[in-house]
Design a protein around this ligand. Sequence first.
Ligand SMILES: NC(=O)C1=CN([C@@H]2O[C@H](COP(=O)(O)OP(=O)(O)OC[C@H]3O[C@@H](n4cnc5c(N)ncnc54)[C@H](OP(=O)(O)O)[C@@H]3O)[C@@H](O)[C@H]2O)C=CC1
Ligand SMILES: N[C@@H](CC=O)C(=O)O
Length: 414
Amino acid sequence: MKKKKVALFGFGCVGQGLYDIIQQENNLPFEISKICVKDPQKKRDLPNNIFTYNKHEILDDQEIDIIAEAISDDDEALEIARLGLRNGKNIISASKKMLAENLTELIELEKNSQGSIIYEASVCGSIPILRTLQDYYKNSSIYGLFGILNGSSNYILSKITGEGLTYQVALKQAQELGFAEIDPSLDVGGFDASNKLCILARHGFQLPLGTSDIFQFGIQRISEHEISYAVKKDYKIKQVALLRKTTGGRYLTMVMPAYIQEDSPLYQIDNEYNGVLLQSNFMGEQLFTGKGAGGHPTGWAMFSDLLAMTNGYHYSYNAGSRDDTGLSDEDFSLNIYLRCESDTVLKELDFDLLEDLSLGTSYRFVYGSVRLSNLQKFKSSEHFNAVFLTLDLQHLLDQLERPSEKSSVVNEIA
Ligand SMILES: NC(=O)C1=CN([C@@H]2O[C@H](COP(=O)(O)OP(=O)(O)OC[C@H]3O[C@@H](n4cnc5c(N)ncnc54)[C@H](OP(=O)(O)O)[C@@H]3O)[C@@H](O)[C@H]2O)C=CC1
Ligand SMILES: N[C@@H](CC=O)C(=O)O
């Protein structure tokens, strides 16, 4: 049988990871015919004639069946996806930011194209979570998703709490290992996790979320105070993402740092590993974990998509997909640890103090309860200068709709 022709866009961490895997496998139904990169001056380990610097050489080539795109330029990645679909190509993409921001348009384009677009590598590296949501969870009633969706921030937090590394050193390592985005503020600021949550929301919940719909707070402000509290209490700090059904079939979503206790399923998920805990009726809870970043784990997700695509695999977007975001406009209260400089912040937040942990220090370090709407307003204000982490997420979940009594779902997740 004639092998399908695949062209790669990008030969960096992920592109090379995919290329390595392909070299080590035999009897594949496809072969790499071209690789498009940006910098003609860069030294490469492969012969020059496999590279091109002109995307049209691939997009206009009738012989090329599949495009595997892993580039660090989201505008260009979007252009490649658009032109590729218009030209009837099948596309595999790792560009989560581009996908999260343009999924509605790309789904529309795909409907009118001979080709299709799939993107397992864009969410949680090696974990086959989109395939699972598509094919295994199809039609099941998922009511919650909770997890660690960003490898770099998990790596950084693991290294600073577990090994005493400084934030800067841990971030540098995450960059050197190829985990971090070209702009690492996407990782530590929670944007990357929000992008992934948007993609998961589409596939698991049929929700067209945008990152601006997600309550989001990063890990950049976490300091030795929060770390030593975690160490003292045997907690770990994780950047967690949550999407959970509330009353009336609407949803609550957030990405924020959390103190995680030993009995949480996320506690043992360290370094660049990710974890996604799905909650659904009938099946209860399932935790999926694996390497969430890095060339080979992510390259494998692309490789698996390539194999699936050569067998005609494509996503089906549930016809029940809604037009609005589906988010709840109810207000909820969240239990947080807060470090700030003065009592004014506590007043502004209408903070319900449960425990004062300041112990004679010059700043306020307190545990208590706030309305999410107040926290949102406060963190967007100009003079915002504080750090907060949630602990007791169960306090929040207790305010949300519970699964029917008949199901055997366990609610404790954090
Ligand atoms: N690293 C990871 O663990 C993961 C990354 N991703 C996503 O995969 C994508 C690639 O990431 P990663 O491999 O880490 O990035 P790298 O920075 O390691 O590599 C980027 C590659 O993209 C190429 N490139 C950049 N701009 C263009 C352009 N305009 N035209 C053609 N090629 C271009 C670069 O070319 P040149 O070689 O000439 O510089 C380089 O080969 C990103 O969207 C990232 O978010 C997704 C999951 C995990
Ligand atoms: N920068 C991302 C890479 C994978 O998606 C991460 O750290 O998770």
